[in-house]
Write a protein that binds this ligand. Structure first.
Ligand SMILES: Cc1cc2nc3c(=O)[nH]c(=O)nc-3n(C[C@H](O)[C@H](O)[C@H](O)COP(=O)(O)OP(=O)(O)OC[C@H]3O[C@@H](n4cnc5c(N)ncnc54)[C@H](O)[C@@H]3O)c2cc1C
Length: 244
């Protein structure tokens, strides 16, 4: 069994121990830094965003939004309202998200990308790791698919207008160049029913143009998928409401 006690060695000669770490989150970086400090050569394998949960979608972004919510609450109500007038804030979600993402990007650079850049003993491999057996780790290298995406606000979907509830959006992701559908996201009333149409379109290898050319029943939420597909080549605001 290999051990990292003192200067890491393979046991034969002085070749540095080579270590593979699956993931690039906080735990992976702590392990990689310790191993590199002990003289090992480390390969980190990441299938998603460098930095893992904490910096990208966990601790950091959540604390920023919790802090913003706290400030919003204090503007509405605080123990000093008698002397400092309370003003309910106007929430601009887009700007708040941009501010949150900016800080996330800064921290990811400082705490993760920067460490990789300054530590030649740690290298990053992009792909999905899987143990074949107790001794073999296989990595399916990331293809580096270039994507194109569109997000349609529900105020562009006739069903949502008829419902007087335009909260939400539909997002489609396609392969750049071919337009092949890769993913769909829907935040809307009845999204659970409508999303299956997107799943079938992806499964059958449809492109955004294929989807945009399909007939969808008018005044249904699923029609939003077609409208979103049309935004890859048209401004949906210019279409007749019953354009089919
Ligand atoms: C909303 C939220 C708020 C949180 N707030 C806090 C907080 O305030 N304080 C706190 O201490 N903790 C908090 N946590 C928990 C904290 O984020 C996690 O405990 C921590 O990020 C776990 O780190 P990790 O390195 O073990 O895993 P992760 O950061 O999840 O990293 C795992 C990485 O491995 C990659 N991976 C997985 N399988 C494979 C594979 N087969 N091949 C290649 N790559 C793979 C994943 O893509 C991922 O990047 C929060 C979590 C969430 C979701």
């Amino acid at each position: 069994m290999r051990r990292l006690d003192g200067r890491a060695q393979t046991g034969k000669g002085s070749a540095p121990l080579r270590i593979a770490i699956v993931g690039s989150g906080g735990a992976a970086f702590a392990a990689a830094l310790k191993a590199a400090e002990q003289g090992a050569s480390v390969t980190m394998i990441e299938r998603g965003t460098l930095g893992g949960t904490c910096v990208n979608v966990g601790c950091v972004p959540s604390k920023i939004m919790i802090r913003a919510a706290h400030v919003a609450h204090l503007r509405r109500h605080s123990p000093f309202d008698a002397g400092l007038s309370a003003v309910p804030p106007v929430v601009d979600r887009k700007r708040l998200l941009a501010q949150q993402q900016g800080r996330v990007n800064e921290l990811r650079h400082a705490k993760y990308e920067g460490i990789l850049e300054s530590n030649p003993a740690i290298t990053l491999m992009r792909g999905e790791a899987r143990f074949r057996n107790g001794h073999t780790l296989a990595v399916r290298l990331a293809g580096g698919v270039e994507t194109d995406s569109r997000t349609l606000a529900l105020e562009n979907v006739p069903r949502a207008l008829a419902n007087f509830d335009t909260r939400g959006f539909i997002k489609l992701v396609a392969e750049a160049g071919t337009g092949r559908l890769l993913g769909a996201q829907m935040v809307a009333a009845q999204a659970g029913d409508a999303i299956q149409a997107a799943a079938l379109a992806i499964r059958s290898g449809m492109t955004v143009d294929d989807l945009a050319g399909q007939l969808f029943p008018y005044l249904t939420m699923v029609e939003g998928l077609k409208l979103c597909a049309q935004t890859f080549s048209k401004d949906v605001k210019q279409l007749s409401c019953c354009a089919g």
